[in-house]
Write a protein that binds this ligand. Structure first.
Ligand SMILES: [Zn+2]
Length: 122
């Protein structure tokens, strides 16, 4: 069991840009992820949070992406396929209204952000 240096289960490095290490920490996002982590009690891997402009462009994301300001994270529940969480995440989003929820069942991750309240499927 490892413990985070940012919150109970998350580390600062997990939120860094994969190409250059740029790290923008948005406390509301960290709080949300930790709340989800506590609720499900399943380890979560942050695949991608902060992105610098170059990295964001390289992977073909749009220029308004909330990853650019560290307000978004793409997350996988370790050892569990995303479709297991589809319904419950949408229900939670209805209750908590944290911002954006994008579920990507085929790619096995969910996008969480603390921007406008909306949901979509990828
Ligand atoms: Zn970068």
């Amino acid at each position: 069991m490892s413990y985070g240096n940012l919150s109970k289960n998350f580390n600062v490095r997990e939120f860094s840009c994969k190409c250059c290490g740029l790290t923008i920490i948005e406390p509301r996002l960290v709080k949300l992820l930790q709340q989800l982590r506590d609720l499900y009690n399943i380890p979560m891997q942050v695949n991608c949070s902060t992105r610098c402009y170059e990295h964001n462009e390289k992977i073909g994301s749009n220029e308004n992406s909330l990853h650019l300001c560290g307000w978004a994270a793409d997350v996988t529940f370790i050892g569990h396929p995303m479709h297991e969480f589809d319904k419950s995440l949408k229900k939670l989003h209805d209750e908590w209204q944290w911002g954006g929820l994008g579920t990507y069942a085929a790619k096995n991750f969910a996008h969480f952000d603390v921007g406008r309240i909306r949901t979509w499927e990828g």
